[in-house]
Design a protein around this ligand. Sequence first.
Ligand code: F6P
Length: 392
Amino acid sequence: MVIKKIGILTGGGDCPGLNSVLYGIMLKAFEAGIECVGILRGWKGFLENETISLDIAKHDDLHAIGGTLLYTSRTNPFKDVSKAKTEDEKEKIREKVARELATKYDDLGIDALIVIGGDDTNGVADAMHKYTGAKIIGCPKTIDNDLSGTDFTFGFWSGVQLASNTMDNLTTTARSHQRVFVVEIMGRDAGFLTMYSGISTGADIILIPETPFSLEDDVIQVLKNRVNAGYKYHIIACSEGAYPNKNSLDNDFKTITQETIDKLPKDPFGNPILPALNISEIIVKELGMRKDLIEEFNRNNLEFECRSVVLGHTMRAGTPNAFDRILGLRFGLAAMKLVIKGEFGKMISLQGNKIISIPLAEGARKKFIEKDSDLLELRDLMVKVRYLSKKK
Ligand code: F6P
């Protein structure tokens, strides 16, 4: 079947570079004589037939503009799957919904669909392709960079730069007041944003979800070591998804328990809404209750003053940097080329500096910082060597 019209949607949290992908798709589609239909608000617009026509002549330089022209949402067409009790039931609901979704192509008047989203959005696309053979292509998007099957997602480096700039800038006020700053950085499940920005800015402590921390050993003891080595201000880069380990949670924390974490509200895909926890503020409160820590500061002629800063959505805001513009354009071009070749059920991927495609099922999985990553080694060295090398 010749493809004449394609639908494009963006789902999940926005990030810089979404419009770059869109522009890459539109450039190639124009050359191929294929019409582009923008589906609004992710899967919501797909289900409710909310579309706009995309005329490339009206969107010069769209690739340099932040956010998404198509709006986005966290609508989950598979939300009923979580209500099923058995795996069997879950599978049946998934298949039924996937079949219903595939019939929407006719209502929307599209021959194929490109979805730009994270593991949730690409997971829906994968199920549609698996059960119905739907003509669908996935483009990996997440500011968190936690999608397997691609070395980097667009938006990530823009977010890293924003967080690094903020932490660089915070050092002047931290130094002036001789304070401790706990900076909370996005990244629900994986610590890539915190790790890259933390290392780049030279944060003094870096806490990420992959290595549950001990408040006693990884924070309090390090702060004591640092003040005794002569340091007068400290920046702690803390991922919003960084959790204390069980031992520390049970023994060091006075303001939260496991129950607090288990009871967090969830988004439509079942992900905990972590800003509701506000781990940076919890750390500030816990540290403020530690007399031994305050005394150590006082012995070094310092007041103990600690503040939290939540970067939150500022990290997803603004224009994409040059890397993300180019990566987005390359992803868009590659997605459109797959449509033209009729190769569906694939996700675009960056490997090394090559753009390739992989099966949707492989790419939609989560990625984490691995245990043997040199980033972990760098982080640990950076923290330790500083106070050890200056020990009085
Ligand atoms: O898309 C991933 C992410 O940016 C996470 O880092 C963060 O926890 C979440 O989105 C925030 O989502 P929302 O924009 O819906 O508040």
